[in-house]
Design a protein around this ligand. Sequence first.
Ligand code: NAD
Length: 262
Amino acid sequence: MRLEDRVAVVTGGGSGIGKAICEGFAQEGAKVVINDLELATAEATLKGLSGSDHLAVAGDVTDSPRIAAIFAEVEERYGRCDILVNNAGVDRTPGDGSDRIAETGSMLLGMSDEGFRRMLDIHLNGAFYCAREAVRIMLKGSRDSRDARGSIINLSSIAGLAGLGVVHYATAKGGVLGFTRSLARELGPRGIRVNAICPGVIQTPMLEAVPEALIEPMIASTPLRRVGEATEIATTALYLASNDSSYVTGQWISPNGGIHIQ
Ligand SMILES: NC(=O)c1ccc[n+]([C@@H]2O[C@H](COP(=O)([O-])OP(=O)(O)OC[C@H]3O[C@@H](n4cnc5c(N)ncnc54)[C@H](O)[C@@H]3O)[C@@H](O)[C@H]2O)c1
């Protein structure tokens, strides 16, 4: 098994891509810490995992003290943290103007300060709080650049690569790539790899809120002519979490069916 006895924290693990990643990691022997906003959501994922000694924890990734408390619990329970997946995310925020587009004709013009700020808060501040705590634990173990056991995986998007979608989301996901590259340089010498995944259009509850009329043209312009499955992102995360990618850091991988080719 590729993640035997490794401890992995997955934020937003109660749904969609995060849930599939938790399942994939557990099948490969990891002990998985599943975070989500509601405990019941995280526990629902936990119930479906193979193996044992997993943990479900509630917490908003934008709540820095709560995130510190979660990682303190991880350290106390397992004594280690090998993998962090910064997956928690949203594609809309209250006040982002998506309900006023007919009136304003522009997402930018209809977007409130708070609508923009909340998006950055979840994807950037949240990833920062989690990475800071995870790295604090990771660095306590002995690592060097040939020990590929420390791995941070950040969920960006083709929106972050190509400016697709709404401005606050594309901005946040672009920021995730900068965060990934900088951390990879800083942490590589300490044996921690940092990479990003930039999914295309993936069938999850997030996508269910998008009207069919918008999805059809996206499928038509996708060379593989379909949306992706959450498991197809989970296999990418497994590659980046495991020693299979031991010489890969500071990179992004984009499973997207060819909708974005760079
Ligand atoms: N589905 C896609 O097409 C797609 C494409 C590119 C990137 N992504 C990214 O992949 C990640 C997962 O998306 P998904 O499609 O599985 O969405 P999803 O809505 O199915 O799951 C997201 C999970 O994150 C949780 N979450 C949201 N805000 C949180 C917070 N502040 N703290 C803790 N948990 C929080 C939600 O409760 C939910 O369980 C996101 O970062 C998303 O931006 C998705």
